[in-house]
Every structure is written in structure tokens, then in C-alpha cells.
Design a protein around this ligand. Structure first.
Ligand code: NAD
Length: 436
């Protein structure tokens, strides 16, 4: 049976490399529609957790995962030999940056080298990890072709960026269109066909590089627009009677040509703070400086520092010195209602603020503890007594669980970086984006 027929009849075995926020939901979705799925991860804990039917990603349905493992539709392994029987290998490994903000594609290289050992005729390899244009053609392809097999002829190669939005209840895998760029039309056709089995709409572009650039454009668009509104938020703090939150809401009533972005304590997550740097780095190879990207990064990366200044001056305004104040931070996940703390601006704020205050504790119903930047902190239970005992409550993530009326009522001072206290009027509330 050829690959096309195997895909159409859901008889292909799909290998998913990297079982994190992107890979596991994808593996489960392919399993759900009837494919045999083999997940490969270097993290043994993840492998044993899956094989025990235990889910660790909030967006994945616990019961579905259990059922797929129980019926042997989904298996996990730490050994790439499991790829031998796979018809497709989807690469979903991390793409972080280095300390100097250069792309670190070592995970892609390592995974591709391991795939190459088991690459066989008619196999489809799709790179999903976000990366700079030409990674698929100039990094992945040569590694795979070292085997002697030719891309587009003996095996198929494509890039298809992931658009998952953790915690989004409206848009999941099936109803979020995906973009696919194949090395050859046949590569694109097969990758698109595979995706069409789990995604309603597949958008074909002419090359892997076009698909890589599409993903970067989407994320850079967010970064630049968030930077714009962060800049305006800082301006509004100097003006009389201009509240950025009110302004953004008012502008959002325009039915065309405008899309609201909100200020905040900075960027977070695996994508928006990192991906723009991938393109900025690549552009230099072409003697090109991506000024918008650099300016946006600078503006957004300044926000945690701005928040720290805001807390210190808000304390001072009520007659308290930061060095003698106790601060409670609410929310360390990088956005509401998720447990992901990667590149969270809240953690950056904590790192900067902690040495300047008498004590700093945090609460996050989604994150019981975290260890980052040399800090190891545990979430404290959020009680009225605790709120009354601290000098300042700093809201860095607006989780739905937070009872804001209760929080404001029992606090001396609330510094709100998310407009979580929208609609509550109190002189105790200090917000970024408006003059006090
Ligand atoms: N998380 C998101 O919301 C999101 C959205 C869109 C795109 N992306 C992109 O998708 C990619 C993956 O992101 P993620 O959030 O799933 O990361 P993650 O860290 O949650 O998961 C990656 C997994 O890959 C595993 N891994 C690392 N090296 C490996 C190797 N050589 N072989 C097998 N497994 C390996 C890790 O152990 C980990 O479990 C990144 O490029 C990211 O930018 C992420």
C-alpha cells in the first residue's frame, strides 16, 4: 500500500517526536481519528507517564489519552528504533534561544539525526517546531539526505507550523487552519493530506521556507503590536485622564482595520518572546536589520522593569519604603488559566523585585511551585488574612479563579498589570497604563 492510500485509510503509523505542549495534543488527535501513533521523547518521565495513561498537558483530554494507550493506539518510547515502523515523523521539539538570544536549533538537529537512522523509502518527515526560514531545506534536508535517500523522490519533506494556543477553549487542533509547505508538490500534497485527517482546513504554500516565514510573521505581528500598546501605556501614565485600557476597548469597537492588543508586564511563553529573534538572526545573513523586531523586543523586555518601578513608587505614595514592604504576587503563569511559566514576565518581575523588598511571596492556582533564575518558590494559599498581612498585591496574571472584589477589599494596595480589576473602583488600585 502506498503512503497516500495508507493516510487516506488511516492505516499509516504516525511518529511524533517531542511530546510537549505541541506534540502530545497532536499525537492524541491522530490517535483519536484512528491512526496508530508512536510518540518519542527523550524525557523518560513523559514516556512513562503516557504509557501509564497519565496525561500532563492541560489541553489534552485525560480520558481520551487513557483510552488510546489502553487500546494500544498510542505508545510512547524513548528509543528512536520505534520509528522503524512509522510512515511519518512529525518533529515537535523545542526551539529556544541561547543566552545571547541566538537561535538554538540543536534539538531539531539532534532529532533529525536520530530520524535519519531509521529513515526509509516513502517516509514523510514534517518539521513543526517554529524556526527561521531555510531550516527545513538547509538544515533538516542535508542531514536526512546523508543517508543516500533523496528528498522528494525517496522520502517526503515539509514544514508545517503549529498554531496551538494553550488554554484556548474556542480554537483547538481541528478548527484552526494549518499552513503546509512541501519541498516538492508531492511532499506538500502528502503532508497536507495527513493534516487534513485531523484539521478542517489546510492552507498550502509553495515552499517550506514560506511556511516557516508565515509562522514568524504571525508571532512577530503579535510582538510588534503588544510593544506598540505597551509604549502607549507608558505614555498614558504621564497624561491626565487617558487610561490605555479604556482607549484600547474604545478602539476595538471599530469593525474593520483594527485588532485589540493589551499592555502587560511583558511577553511570555515559548513563542512570542523568542521567535522574532530567530528571524532577526537569520536576516543578518542577508545584511538586513529587522528594526521593527528589535524595537518591539526592547519595548516589551523593558516592561518587567517598568512594573518594578511602578510597585516601588506605588508603595512610596502610601508612605512605605520598598525595602520594608511585603509583596504578594498573584499569578506566575505567562498567561491566564494555564500552568506554563516559560519565559513568564511574572517570574522576571519577581527576580527583579525580590531583592528590593522585605519579603515576596506568590500565589498561583495553576503553578504550585517553580524553580527558575536561581529561585525556588512555592505558591502560598490565598486567604483574606494573607491579603491583609501584605503591603502590596501585584497582579501579574489574571487567572479566572481570582476573586478580584475580595482581593481589593482585603488589600492595602493592588498594582494591576492586566486590568484584572476592570470595573472595580477603588483608590487602592494602581494600574499600568494610566496616571494615578
Ligand atoms: N507551546 C506552544 O504554545 C507552541 C505553539 C506553537 C508552536 N510551538 C513550537 O513548537 C515547538 C515545541 O514546543 P513545545 O511547547 O511543545 O515544547 P515542549 O518543551 O513542551 O516539548 C518539547 C518536547 O520535546 C522533547 N525533546 C527534546 N529533544 C528531543 C529529541 N531530540 N528527541 C525527542 N524528544 C525531544 C522534550 O523532552 C519535550 O518533551 C517549539 O518550536 C515551539 O516554538 C509551541
Amino acid at each position: 500500500m502506498d503512503l497516500k492510500t495508507k493516510i487516506e485509510q488511516h492505516k499509516a503509523t504516525v511518529g511524533v517526536i517531542g511530546l510537549g505542549y505541541v506534540g502530545l495534543p497532536l499525537a492524541v488527535e491522530f490517535g483519536r481519528v484512528g491512526f496508530n501513533v508512536i510518540g518519542i521523547d527523550v524525557d523518560r518521565k513523559k514516556v512513562s507517564s503516557i504509557n501509564a495513561g497519565k496525561n500532563y498537558i492541560a489541553d489534552v483530554d485525560d480520558q481520551m489519552l487513557k483510552k488510546l494507550v489502553h487500546t494500544r493506539k498510542l505508545k510512547a518510547s524513548g528509543d528512536y528504533r520505534a520509528l522503524k515502523g512509522c510512515d511519518a515523523a512529525l518533529i515537535c521539539v523545542p526551539t529556544p534561544f541561547t543566552a545571547t538570544k541566538d537561535p538554538d536549533i540543536s534539538y531539531i538537529i539532534s532529532a533529525t539525526k536520530d530520524i535519519a537512522r531509521y529513515l526509509h523509502k516513502e517516509m514523510l518527515v514534517v518539521l513543526i517546531s517554529t524556526t527561521y526560514p531555510e531550516t527545513t531545506t538547509k538544515v533538516v534536508r542535508p542531514i536526512l539526505e546523508k543517508t543516500g535517500l533523496k528528498a522528494g523522490k525517496d522520502f517526503y519533506l515539509a514544514f508545517s507550523p503549529e498554531r496551538i494556543d494553550p488554554g484556548n477553549k474556542k480554537f483547538g487542533i481541528a478548527n484552526t487552519p494549518t499552513v503546509v509547505g512541501g519541498l516538492t508538490p508531492r511532499c506538500g500534497e502528502l503532508a497536507g493530506l495527513l493534516y487534513r485527517q485531523i484539521i478542517n482546513q489546510v492552507v498550502m504554500v509553495s515552499s517550506p521556507s514560506a511556511a516557516e516565514m508565515t509562522k514568524l510573521l504571525e508571532n512577530i505581528f503579535r510582538s510588534v503590536n503588544i510593544a506598540l500598546v505597551n509604549e502607549l501605556a507608558c505614555l498614558c501614565e504621564r497624561m491626565e485622564g487617558v487610561d490605555i485600557w479604556e482607549v484600547v476597548d474604545a478602539a476595538a469597537t471599530k469593525p474593520y482595520g483594527y485588532m485589540p492588543f493589551y499592555p502587560g508586564p511583558g511577553l511570555g511563553g515559548h513563542c512570542i518572546p523568542i521567535d522574532p529573534y530567530y528571524l532577526a538572526w537569520k536576516a543578518k545573513e542577508y545584511d538586513f536589520h529587522t528594526d521593527f523586531i528589535e524595537l518591539a523586543a526592547e519595548t516589551n523586555e523593558n516592561m518587567p522593569y517598568h512594573v518594578v518601578d511602578k510597585v516601588i513608587s506605588a508603595l512610596s505614595d502610601i508612605g512605605l519604603a520598598a525595602s520594608r514592604s511585603r509583596v504578594l504576587v498573584l499569578g506566575v503563569a505567562f498567561k491566564k488559566d494555564i500552568d506554563d511559566t516559560r519565559s513568564s514576565p511574572a517570574i522576571k518581575v519577581i527576580e527583579l523585585l525580590r531583592p528590593k523588598v522585605k519579603s515576596l511571596i506568590y500565589n498561583d492556582p495553576w503553578v504550585p511551585k517553580f524553580s527558575e533564575h536561581g529561585m525556588s518558590l512555592n505558591s502560598v494559599p490565598l486567604t483574606q488574612k494573607l491579603l491583609r498581612s501584605v503591603d502590596c498585591v501585584l497582579i501579574t496574571t489574571n487567572h479566572s479563579e481570582y476573586d478580584l472584589k475580595m482581593i481589593v477589599k482585603n488589600s492595602k494596595l493592588v498594582v494591576d498589570t492586566r486590568n484584572a480589576t476592570k470595573g472595580i473602583k477603588s483608590p487602592k488600585i494602581v494600574k499600568i497604563g494610566r496616571k494615578q
